[in-house]
Design a protein around this ligand. Structure first.
Ligand code: ZN
Length: 324
């Protein structure tokens, strides 16, 4: 997967006086329901959002970030067309059916927007515009687009969020974690404050560890936020359903940000997310959060990426590293 090469770090402890922080984010939220094209929040409390509400209810300190797509169009991340075997052509066509533009546009789903706005301790941030791309990497929305195209796409995404009445935090998790330089510039250009574009579930936890799993931004700190050359605050995903609890404790012991990821839908056509919001994963997190409470108490901050980014920008501009 192509990545940008930005020198992020070195990093000092996330925030003096704190033993680290817990953030929890969920990707691929939109008003889909079973068969149209799949449940992704549209079933409200009867679906994935209900399971998240259960967890929020069990843990009054827990906060949640929902990475939400303004006008979702993907029906499957897996190519379905025979054209995938035809060089040149396959990179220029959609290799699976996509939804007509506007079907999942949040402005046409006011009940969904209202539900998100009313969820306790929940922030919403951007997860692309349509979450679809021509060619074989269907989910990776931002690939070769130039700056003008990225600007136009981000402006449209923001217009949909704003006109829908959704309350949201000025941040983005790009689909597939892919943040090419034009998109990175566009994020700053449209006034975003933060971005989550790296994942590493395996590298050993040390204060100087760099996210190295090949997802997203290269050179980002594994456990600390960093300021990118565009002035955005960057966060790395470092934990999910398949990760052992010891990793969570190692991250918090290092004063880092335990950044837990989930996907709202476990089974999408042709693909299974290993971190889908199912009962098993929610029970695992329930147990993990109880253990964190018991071990760290008030030494750990329960927050969101958006809140951390705001703190960085407003209160103490020095506490996150400035990139080289
Ligand atoms: Zn996604």
């Amino acid at each position: 997967m192509p990545t940008t090469h930005l020198p992020l770090g070195p990093i000092r402890s996330y925030r003096a006086g704190f033993g680290g922080a817990v953030v929890f984010s969920v990707d691929d939220v939109f008003p889909g329901t079973r068969g149209r094209p799949f449940e992704a929040g549209g079933a409200f409390e009867k679906g994935g959002l209900g399971r998240l509400l259960w967890l929020l209810n069990r843990h009054p300190k827990l906060h949640l970030t929902l990475f939400t797509t303004p006008d979702w169009r993907e029906t499957t991340p897996v190519p379905r067309s025979v054209l995938q075997r035809v060089p040149w052509v396959r990179d220029r066509v959609y290799l699976a059916p996509i939804l007509p533009k506007g079907t999942m546009d949040l402005r046409r789903h006011p009940e969904f927007v209202k539900f998100l706005n009313n969820m306790p301790r929940t922030e919403v941030a951007l997860h692309g515009l349509h979450h679809v791309h021509r060619g074989r990497r269907i989910s990776v929305e931002f690939q070769e687009q130039d700056l003008a195209t990225c600007m136009a796409m981000m402006q449209e995404a923001i217009r949909i969020f704003d006109e829908s009445g959704l309350e949201w935090s000025r941040g983005l998790q790009p689909p597939g974690w892919n943040l090419p330089p034009p998109l990175h510039h566009a994020c700053a250009g449209v006034g975003l404050r933060w971005v989550a574009s790296a994942r590493d579930l395996r590298s050993p936890v040390t204060p100087h560890a760099i996210a190295a799993e090949g997802f997203g931004l290269e050179g980002a700190s594994l456990i600390y936020p960093a300021r990118t050359p565009e002035g955005l605050i960057h966060f790395t995903t470092n934990f999910q359903a398949t990760t052992a609890p010891e990793r969570a404790f190692e991250i918090l012991d290092a004063g880092g940000i335990l950044s837990i990821k989930a996907h709202i839908t476990q089974f999408v056509p042709g693909h299974m997310h290993s971190d889908g919001v199912n009962r098993l994963y929610m029970n695992y997190l329930d147990r993990l959060f109880l253990d964190i409470e018991e071990r760290y108490g008030d030494a750990v901050e329960w927050t969101t990426m958006g809140r951390i980014a705001e703190t960085a920008a407003l209160e103490d501009p020095d506490w996150v590293s400035v990139c080289a």
